[in-house]
Design a protein. Structure first.
Length: 598
C-alpha cells in the first residue's frame, strides 16, 4: 500500500480505533488461548453467553440455542475472523499471535481491508447496493445526503443487471432499451423504502469501520478512500486485457461501477478501436455478455462511429449498428428484417437468464406489444427473422414442452462445434471449444464436458434447455433422463444454447452454444477438443467464489491456509498451480480415454 510512513501510522491508528475492529480485538483478547466451537465453527452456546457478557451484549435469557441467534455477536465474530485476529483449528478458536494487538501499520491496514470489504458488502461478489453506495461516495466531490444514496441504490434495484427479467413482471427493462425494444420496457417505480434501508445499512457499515463520516451528509474518510481504491482498482482489468476479460471483470456490478472499472481499458485505446473489440466480442457472445459489451460500445459516443460502420452492412447482428448509427443521425439503409431479428434477440436474452419466469402467456403479451401484431402474426414474424434463437422462442410461445422437430433444411446428423463456457470465473475465463457428433445423447455430452473441462466427475448434473431439464432421472427435481435425449433435438441451429450445471453443491454453471454445424469428415474421431482457455477449477473447492478465494490464498505464501491448500491439492508449491494453464492435447487425451482408444 503506497502511503507515506506518517500517513500509514495515522491510518493504522484510525483502523484500530474504529468501532468494528475495536470490538473484534476485544473478542480476540477474550478468546485468548482457546475456546470451544461447534461443528459450524461458532462458539458453543454456553461459551457464547460468556462472550456476550465480555462484549456487553444483552441477551433475552441466560441460555442460548446457538451463537448464530445473536446477530451482534456474529458480527463481531465474523470481523475478528476476517481480520485474522482469531484463528480456528480443530473446533477451537485462538487469538492470532501478534494480530489482536498488531504493531506494523501495513499489517493493520491489510487486516482492516479484509474485514471491511466483507462486512460492507464490496468483496469478491459484491452486493449491488453496497458497492453503489461506496462508488457514489468515492466519485463525489462533496458529501452526499442519504436520500441521494438511496436514489442511486434504487436505480439498481428494478433491473439488477441489464438483460435480466424483472422479478415482479418477468420482463426485461434496461436490456429491452438497449436491444431497441421500447415496447418491452415496464420498469415500475423503485421500492423507495427498501432502497433507503439498504443505503442506511451500507452507510452504517462504513461508519462502523471508520470508512465514512455521517453528520447529516455522508463522506468518505481517508480510510474509506483506501477501501474504495482497493476495491475499484483491484477489480479493474489490465489496460491490455481482451474484451472478454473486461466483461468478466464488470459482469457483477451495476453500470456506473462497471464504467469506472473499465476506464483504464477504454483510455488505452481509441473509441473506434474499443468499439471494434467490443462489437467483435458481442457478435460471438450471447445473453448478458452480449448486452454488456453492446452497452459499453454504445457509451463510447460519436467518436466510435467508424467502428460501428464496419458492421452496418451485415445481416443479423448488423441490426445493432444500423440502429445505433440511425440514432446518431447518419443516413442508413434500413433492413426490413431488423425489427424481427432484434425482437428475437431481446426475448432470447430473457429466456436465457430466467426461463422459468417466462410462461407462454407473458411471452406472448410482450411479443404482441413489441411487434404490434396478434399472436399468429408475431409467430410468423419471429419464424422469418433469421435469428438462430427463433425456433426456441417460437417453441416456448406456442407452449411446446417437448423438443422441436428439426428445422427444414437442417441436417439431422453432422458435427456440432460447441463453445462451453464456465460462468462466474474470470482472470482468466475458462472455456472449451469441442466438435461432437450431433446425434450423441446428453448423457454422452456430460462425459465430453467433464473430460474437455477437466472435472473429475462423481457429482450430479443437469442440462437446462429453457423449457425442460435433463439429467439423472429425478421426479423430485423434475429432470428427464438425459440418456434418452440427443443433442440435435435440443440444439437446433447455430446460436442456440443449453445450460449445464455440474455439482449441485458447488453449482458450476456452463453455457453451451452451438456455433456451427459441419459435415462429418471421414477418418476423424469424435469428440475432440479444438481450443480452450483457463485451467479447470479443482472439484469441491466451493464453486466460483471458493475458487476465487483458492487462487488468492495460493498467491499469498503468508496466508495461514496456504500450506493447507497445497496439501489438499497435492502440490509441492503454489507455482505448480497455474489458473491460466490449458493444453488442448491433454484434453484430447482424456477424450480418447472416453472413446476407449489406446
Amino acid at each position: 500500500m503506497a502511503v507515506s510512513p506518517d500517513l500509514a501510522d495515522d491510518l493504522a491508528s484510525a483502523a484500530l480505533g474504529c468501532t468494528a475492529l475495536s470490538r473484534a480485538r476485544k473478542l480476540a483478547d477474550w478468546v485468548g488461548s482457546g475456546k470451544e466451537l461447534t461443528s459450524s465453527e461458532v462458539l458453543r452456546p454456553a461459551v457464547a453467553v460468556e462472550a456476550c457478557r465480555a462484549l456487553g451484549i444483552e441477551l433475552q435469557g441466560a441460555r442460548l440455542r446457538s451463537a448464530l441467534d445473536v446477530d451482534e455477536l456474529m458480527v463481531d465474530w465474523t470481523v475478528a475472523l476476517d481480520a485474522e485476529f482469531i484463528v480456528v483449528d480443530r473446533r477451537r478458536a485462538y487469538v492470532s499471535p501478534g494480530m489482536a494487538k498488531p504493531s506494523e501499520p501495513e499489517s493493520v491496514l491489510n487486516a482492516w481491508l479484509r474485514a471491511a470489504s466483507w462486512a460492507t458488502g464490496v468483496a469478491d461478489e459484491p452486493c449491488v447496493g453496497c458497492i453503489t453506495v461506496l462508488h457514489e461516495l468515492s466519485t463525489s466531490d462533496r458529501p452526499l445526503c442519504l436520500e441521494e444514496l438511496a436514489d442511486a441504490v434504487a436505480a439498481t434495484e428494478p433491473e439488477v443487471a441489464d438483460g435480466e427479467p424483472c422479478p415482479d413482471c418477468g420482463l426485461v427493462h434496461e436490456g429491452g432499451v438497449l436491444l431497441g425494444l421500447g415496447g418491452l420496457i415496464g420498469a415500475g417505480e423503485p421500492d423507495e423504502p427498501d432502497a433507503t434501508e439498504h443505503a442506511e445499512e451500507a452507510v452504517d457499515a462504513l461508519v462502523a469501520f471508520g470508512a465514512a463520516a455521517s453528520g447529516g451528509a455522508v463522506q468518505l474518510t481517508p480510510l474509506g478512500s483506501i477501501l474504495a481504491k482497493a476495491v475499484f482498482e483491484g477489480r479493474a482489468p489490465a489496460a491490455d486485457a481482451d474484451a472478454e476479460t473486461l466483461m468478466s471483470a464488470t459482469s457483477d456490478v451495476p453500470p456506473p461501477v462497471a464504467r469506472t472499472l473499465a476506464r483504464p481499458w477504454l483510455e488505452a485505446r481509441s473509441a473506434d478501436a474499443a468499439a471494434r473489440e467490443l462489437l467483435a466480442l458481442a457478435e460471438s457472445a450471447d445473453g448478458e455478455e452480449r448486452v454488456a459489451a453492446l452497452a459499453f460500445a454504445r457509451d463510447l459516443g460519436p467518436e466510435a462511429a467508424a467502428g460501428w460502420r464496419e458492421w452496418a452492412d451485415r445481416p443479423g447482428f448488423g441490426a445493432y449498428a444500423r440502429l445505433w448509427l440511425a440514432d446518431l443521425g447518419e443516413p442508413i439503409a434500413e433492413d426490413p428484417a431488423d425489427e424481427a431479428w432484434l425482437t428475437v434477440e431481446a426475448l432470447s436474452v430473457m429466456l436465457d437468464t430466467m426461463p422459468e419466469m417466462m410462461p407462454p402467456s407473458v411471452l406472448a403479451a410482450a411479443i404482441q406489444e413489441a411487434t404490434g401484431t396478434d399472436a399468429a402474426g408475431a409467430i410468423s414474424l419471429l419464424s422469418g427473422s433469421g435469428h438462430p434463437a427463433a425456433p426456441g422462442v417460437v417453441a416456448l410461445l406456442t407452449g411446446r414442452p417437448d423438443p422441436m422437430p428439426p428445422v427444414p433444411g437442417t441436417p439431422s446428423g453432422g458435427v456440432y462445434r460447441l463453445k462451453i463456457s464456465l460462468r462466474g470465473v474470470s482472470k482468466p475465463p475458462v472455456w472449451r471449444r469441442v466438435a461432437v457428433l450431433a446425434d450423441i445423447t446428453l448423457a454422452e455430452l456430460h462425459e465430453v464436458i467433464l473430460r474437455a473441462m477437466g472435472w473429475h466427475g462423481g457429482h450430479l448434473h443437469v442440462f437446462s434447455s429453457g423449457w425442460a431439464q435433463y439429467g439423472t432421472p429425478s421426479p423430485d427435481l423434475g429432470h428427464s433422463d438425459d440418456s434418452a435425449i440427443r443433442l440435435r433435438d435440443v440444439l437446433l441451429t447455430p446460436g442456440t444454447r443449453l445450460r449445464y450445471t455440474y455439482d449441485f453443491g458447488d453449482d458450476w454453471e456452463h453455457d453451451i452454444q452451438l456455433e456451427e454445424i459441419l459435415p462429418e469428415e471421414p477418418g476423424n474421431s469424435y469428440p475432440y477438443c479444438l481450443a480452450g482457455k483457463g485451467a479447470c477449477p479443482p472439484d469441491d473447492c466451493g464453486g466460483p467464489w471458493g475458487y476465487a478465494e483458492l487462487k488468492e490464498t495460493l498467491a499469498d505464501p503468508a496466508d495461514e491456509q496456504h500450506q493447507e491448500l497445497l496439501d489438499w491439492l497435492g502440490l509441492d508449491s503454489a507455482e505448480a498451480f497455474d489458473p491460466r494453464e490449458f493444453a488442448v492435447d491433454t484434453a484430447n487425451e482424456r477424450l480418447r480415454i472416453m472413446l476407449g482408444a489406446p
